[in-house]
Write a protein that binds this ligand. Structure first.
Ligand code: ZN
Length: 164
């Protein structure tokens, strides 16, 4: 268990398409634990492996702090509607921007036992699924922002919301 260094916008690992996971290994299990540690430490709601420099199709998501999901080789299989809201990214600290995403998303993925499951989400969970899966294809949310990327006004403490 360790906190890993989060790559920042401009790092080429963030613009690279990641490879699928064929087999779970101790090494990847450790990576997943570290991804959760790194995400929670930064008050994020999601993190993708390329953000910590590993070009594999793995993301972790937890939008409530109590619903951790590991998605390996995830694919979006259904979307519905549309939502527009601010989005941020741990790889783009201090910034946020408005991004249009589906209102509801259904994804299939493998869990850390390499068993298939589906995850369905609305609102922030739908947004997090889309945002994190984009990372696996080397797509940053900054390329999808409507209007300008804005500065996050830092509150008095480190309680940043919606950063993923
Ligand atoms: Zn991100």
């Amino acid at each position: 268990m360790a906190i890993r260094n989060v790559r920042k916008l401009g790092d080429e690992t963030l613009e690279t398409v990641c490879r699928p996971v064929k087999k779970m290994t101790d090494h990847l299990n450790e990576l997943i634990d570290d991804m959760f540690d790194t995400m929670y430490d930064a008050n994020g709601v999601g993190l993708a492996a390329p953000q910590v420099g590993v070009l594999r199709r793995i993301v972790v998501i937890d939008v409530t702090g109590e619903d951790p999901y590991v998605l390996i080789n995830p694919e979006i299989i259904e979307t519905e509607g549309e939502q527009e809201n601010y989005e941020g990214c741990l790889s783009v600290p201090g910034k946020m921007g408005i991004v249009k995403r589906p209102a509801r998303v259904k994804a299939k993925a493998l869990d850390r036992n390499m068993e298939e499951f589906t995850l369905e989400g609305e609102e922030l969970l739908a947004r997090a699924i889309c945002h994190e899966l984009d990372h696996l294809d080397g797509v940053m949310y900054t390329t999808k922002v409507e209007g300008d990327l804005e500065d996050v006004n830092p509150p008095a403490d480190d309680d940043e919301e919606d950063e993923d």
